[in-house]
Design a protein. Structure first.
Lengths: 130, 235
């Protein structure tokens, strides 16, 4: 796991975000073992107390569970992938909607552009992939 | 007030040198198990504060409590202090410097030494005089981390060293620091690339604390990195 910090956001929140991203992209699957707190701290060169705070929070959120003597694992609950995906998408869209509304743009005009951009960017990526 | 679960309590600490008031009434309370960044530009009083705690400088006023006790020979033995100045004999080999330091401390843990040397990339047969400043900084950190001292004070450990050594030292601290039994204070004016080390920070400005708190709370409160806050406060 490699975290590129923008330290204006609390580091423990960035660690949680990175785990969520990996869960959504299936880089981490339910049941997968995650690094020990000490290993992750050393790997990303962050204070171990900060990593502990991130892990504790993720346990409360139901993303990971720690089994005594075995380590920490992504929760077996298959629902977390879908839930996390939904949550991340909602957050992204919320930011976008707020920014668009702040510009005084209408929903109809915006949604058309969103659809067009999706297909334009997708075809561009296909060209680049070839 | 029960302060026995605090690693360090400083109350209204004052120190005046003939030409400068180095500390103008500093108050600090450090819980055990945390790494604190003591941040400020050169001449802000960081070194004077650390030297008061270890007992190398006598304060003119105020109180210090180390692990629940007033400063004494006993509390001094519980502190591992790494000064900014060069304190190594240049004619010694690394091995000799380690053995020499070990003789002074009852809490020396020789079992930690091989791993620390390997992690820091130091060859024990090399002479201190042959080491770069960054390599000497690594050695100084080993001498502190090989002790089971409950309180570790590092004065400007990143000052004037190469980025590779700085990264090694940061990672070495993250790996070796034992929050169940240790507390650490690191003074520095180089906040970039080191801020992720700190649980909490203190901004010291001309002998006065003008900001202190949990690092994550400060990031959230100000929407800024500690480094950006530092630049803003000391601009």
């Amino acid at each position: 796991m490699n975290i590129d910090f923008s330290t204006s956001i609390p580091i423990y929140l960035q660690i949680i975000e990175e785990f969520k991203r990996q869960i959504v992209t299936s880089a981490l699957k339910p049941g997968d073992k995650v690094p020990s707190q000490r290993d992750l701290a050393a790997q990303i060169k962050v204070n171990a107390n900060t990593v502990q705070r991130a892990y504790r929070e993720m346990e409360i959120l139901g993303l990971v569970e720690t089994l005594r003597g075995q380590g920490t694992f992504i929760c077996q609950n298959q629902g977390i992938v879908e839930e996390t995906r939904k949550e991340m998408l909602t957050n992204l869209v919320d930011d976008f909607v707020r920014a668009v509304r702040a510009l005084g743009l209408s929903q109809e005009a915006t949604l058309d552009v969103v659809k067009n951009r999706f297909s334009e960017l997708e075809s561009k990526e296909e060209v680049n992939d070839k | 007030m029960n302060t026995t679960n605090h690693a360090l309590v400083v109350r209204d600490l004052k120190k005046k040198y003939p030409k400068v008031e180095a500390l103008k009434g500093v108050d600090l309370t450090l819980p055990q198990g945390e790494i604190w960044g003591l941040l400020g530009p050169n001449g802000s009083g960081k070194s004077t504060l650390l030297k008061c705690i270890i007992g190398l400088v006598n304060p003119d006023g105020g109180e210090i409590e180390i692990l629940g006790s007033a400063p004494s020979r006993q509390t001094k033995a519980q502190i591992a202090f790494v000064p900014e100045v060069e304190n190594l004999y240049r004619w010694m080999t690394i091995r000799q410097a380690i053995d020499f330091t070990a003789t002074f401390y009852d809490d020396w843990d020789e079992a930690r030494v091989p791993g620390l040397l390997q992690f820091m990339g130091l060859d024990a047969t090399k002479k201190v005089s042959s080491l770069s400043k960054g390599m000497r900084a690594r050695l100084k950190l080993i001498l502190a981390l090989a002790r089971k001292a409950p309180l570790i004070l590092l004065d400007e450990p990143f000052s004037g060293i190469d980025p590779a050594s700085r990264d090694r030292i940061v990672e070495g601290i993250v790996r070796q620091f034992k929050s169940e039994e240790q507390t650490m204070v690191i003074s520095t004016h180089a906040v970039g690339d080191t801020e992720q080390l700190f649980d909490a920070v203190v901004f010291l400005d001309e002998g006065t604390i003008n900001l202190q708190g949990n690092a994550e709370d400060l990031r959230r409160q100000y929407g800024k990195s500690i480094n950006d806050l530092f630049k803003e406060v000391f601009a």
